[in-house]
Design a binder for this molecule. Structure first.
Ligand code: CDP
Ligand code: MG
Length: 686
């Protein structure tokens, strides 16, 4: 530990041949990386950073993506011993970024990942007693604050990618502002890409701003002449044109999500296969958050070598907006921007939060274009018109806190002892209506009592890294003797859709799925699929045979294992009894999801009870148009759908969630009438 307190400048440690963190000789790879690092724009700004950091408790650092903020600043602070024997934390909004950056920095420091440098993301901790620098998602740091409100084990906390303004980062801002008052030894660095830094300056008064000049080459912009009807096809066409006619340089494409990224990758590969050796080799690589780390690492591999005609190869990466600021890929010269991304939105009146494919902001469009000019002048092809860029895109996207359901956040703040939410110093305060909804939801879930105080159940809910509705299912499962089933279900609901349905194999896929389908509901279908996987010893081969995504299933198994550990720690027994299991499972689900219930008002015409939203069953559902149903997800596409649906008996609603089904607050519907009859019937029986 002593060496950490040494005040010798970083450069001095470097000239030594012994790594002070491991007491081993530096490797050759270390030296090579060291040379690369010294070329980063941030390197020259380090002395200035040093001065500011020493004079202030909070420093704001702004620099172009790729300038070296995320990889270099935490290392520098560590090497200088500025955490005074405590840990350095660096938050990331995205899991992928936390993992990949930790890996990179471990390499740069010539240490083993998980030792001095580690990471921590939901359901996965790769850090230990030797860890001095931890990259973690902002959500994980918030979780840590719940057990350690002053974050005492950290000497320096770096809030990275602050411009993203994720929900958790925003809460951390408010929290850290309070902690900084109590802990004068704590230092905070706020790091952001070149966007909207004014906001942070206004929030952390007195904090100095350091701007790292970026090295951006000019990027030539191209727009489409007319709006594109099919941006995926336009993507394929543009990639092929660049590949066939443009000079060497890699391509980065921004799309919205896993499915379209995978299918577009396929289309591009098919097209590329038709070319002969008169064009170079093309390697097509997907990048999205649910991709396993080894696959994500592929984006850093060099482009394919020259072909037999001496023409150099090219890398083409198709990414979600992960690659917009959080991951820097070197060698990109061409960017193709669909102008879209998946964004969360929340309507408190309807109580629905959904992910919607929406136009990006102009700030995002500029960031995306900037990715093309990192190493030399580049080109950006925007798959939309210049007119729509100017007139239809908003300047910047509203922060996530203004677009989210806040039930989880409010629960966390309560645990953190923040009683009066109105006084919390939000950088952008959420609307009172959204706050009210959150409190109301927690009250209905019995996480808060009538006085708004946390209940024992609320405390338990907050222990799980899940939305309170899902935690509730696990907590209440002993009552319905379906502990194993709920673990299966929650693990599956926390993972992406596991059912594969490849083009040209739809029938085989549907047949495979039918083995798991349960007519009572899609929740049980998911439970069955998971159970099958478990029964077969978690074999990837079995998954592929059954059209289940092996990666998703393995991920779900890992999540399930973690949840079991948590259940044991909290002394929640895992009880399962096959008697009446289907009914018990569905009753248990209602305990958490009574607010997500629909009634069939007319043939195939469903309506939510309180908000009177018309919805349709998603085509993927396996239930046969039940009169009443509980659903997991509300999907807004061209139509309003509910996905993952199970049939229920309306009497269960009255039995399980009387606190919610106080019908005087419900609008008139046939559903309400029927529920009233059930209540009246019960009263006369008494
Ligand atoms: O945080 P910022 O965008 O300022 O830059 P960074 O992520 O620290 O990246 C600095 C350099 O490290 C870039 O040239 C990246 O290409 C490289 N890097 C890498 O090679 N592999 C990673 N996993 C992360 C960064
Ligand atoms: Mg960064």
């Amino acid at each position: 530990m002593k060496r950490l307190r040494s005040r010798s400048p970083a450069r001095k440690t470097i000239n030594q041949s012994i790594n002070p963190f491991t007491n081993k000789q530096y490797s050759n790879k270390y030296r090579k990386l060291r040379e690369e690092r010294e070329k980063l724009p941030i390197f020259d700004a380090l002395p200035q950073f040093d001065k500011m950091f020493n004079k202030n408790q909070v420093v704001i650092l702004q620099g172009e993506t790729g300038s070296g903020k995320t990889t270099q600043i935490p290392q520098y602070i560590l090497e200088k011993g500025y955490a005074k024997g405590k840990l350095v934390a660096c938050t990331q909004p995205r899991r992928v970024a936390a993992m990949s950056v930790a890996k990179r920095v471990a390499e740069e420091m010539d240490v083993e990942l998980g030792q001095q440098v580690g990471y921590s993301i939901r359901f996965e901790e790769c850090a230990g007693p030797n860890t001095l620098l931890k990259y973690l998602t902002d959500g994980m740091l918030l979780r840590e604050a719940m057990t350690d409100p002053t974050l005492d084990k950290y000497g320096v906390i770096i809030l990275d990618e602050a411009h993203e303004r994720t929900l958790s980062t925003d809460i951390l801002f408010g929290l850290l502002k309070e902690v900084l008052q109590k802990r004068k030894d704590l230092k905070v660095v706020v790091m952001s890409a070149t966007l909207d830094t004014e906001k942070f300056l206004g929030y952390f008064k007195n904090a100095p701003l350091l701007t790292v000049p970026g090295r951006l080459y000019p990027v030539e912009l191209f727009y489409t002449e007319f709006p594109e009807e099919d941006y995926l096809w336009a993507t394929v066409r543009t990639v092929m044109q660049i590949h066939a006619f443009e000079e060497p340089g890699d391509i980065l494409v921004f799309l919205t999500g896993e499915e379209e990224i995978e299918s577009t990758c396929d289309s591009i590969r098919k097209e590329a296969a038709r070319y002969k050796d008169n064009v170079g080799k093309l390697s097509v690589i997907p990048l999205y958050s649910s991709l396993p780390p080894a696959m994500q690492q592929k984006i850093f591999e060099p482009a394919p070598e020259v072909n037999s005609n001496g023409i150099p190869g090219r890398k083409c990466i198709l990414s979600t907006n992960i690659a917009e600021t959080s991951l820097t890929i070197d060698g990109i010269v061409f960017v193709i921007d669909s102008g879209l991304s998946k964004q969360k939105c929340y309507n408190p009146r309807m109580r629905v939060e959904s992910l919607l494919v929406s136009p990006i902001s102009r700030a995002s469009a500029k960031q995306r274009a900037g990715r093309a000019g990192r190493t030399r002048p580049g080109k950006c092809y925007r798959l939309y018109t210049e007119k729509s860029y100017k007139r239809e895109l908003v300047e910047s996207t509203a922060p996530e806190i203004l677009r989210s359901n806040l039930a989880n956040v409010v629960l966390q703040l309560k645990i953190l002892g923040i009683e009066n939410l109105v006084d919390f110093d939000f950088i952008d305060p959420p609307s009172p209506e959204t706050m009210m909804r959150a409190l109301e939801t927690l009250h209905y879930l019995r996480a808060l009592d009538d006085e708004g105080e946390l209940t024992e159940e609320g405390r338990l809910m907050s222990e799980f890294p899940l939305d309170p509705e899902l935690s509730k299912l696990l907590i209440i499962s002993p009552k319905y003797s379906c502990g194993e089933e709920m673990l299966n279900l929650v693990a599956m609901l926390t993972s992406p859709n596991p059912f594969l349905r490849p083009r040209d194999h739809e029938d085989a896929a549907d047949k495979a799925k039918s083995k798991f389908v349960n007519k009572d509901g899609d929740h049980i279908t998911l439970i069955n699929a998971y159970q099958g996987f478990e029964n077969e010893g978690r074999q990837p081969y079995w998954c592929s045979k059954n059209f289940l995504n092996p990666r998703t299933m393995r991920g779900a198994a890992e999540i399930r294992d973690q949840l079991v550990v948590k259940m044991n720690k909290l002394d929640i027994p895992i009880i399962s009894n096959k008697h009446n299991i289907s009914e018990n499972i569905r009753k248990c689900i209602i305990s958490g999801f009574f607010m997500q219930v629909v009634h069939k008002e007319k043939a195939n015409f469903y309506m939510t009870l309180k908000e009177k939203q018309h919805v349709a069953l998603h085509p993927s559902t396996g239930v046969m148009r039940p009169d009443w149903a509980v659903y997991h997800e509300y999907v807004l596409t061209s139509k309003k759908y509910i996905r993952i649906v199970s049939s229920i008996n309306p009497e269960w609603l009255i039995e399980i969630a009387p606190q919610y089904f106080d019908l005087s607050h419900f609008p008139d519907t046939n559903g309400k009438k029927l529920l009233q009859e059930i209540i009246d019937g019960k009263n006369t029986q008494k």
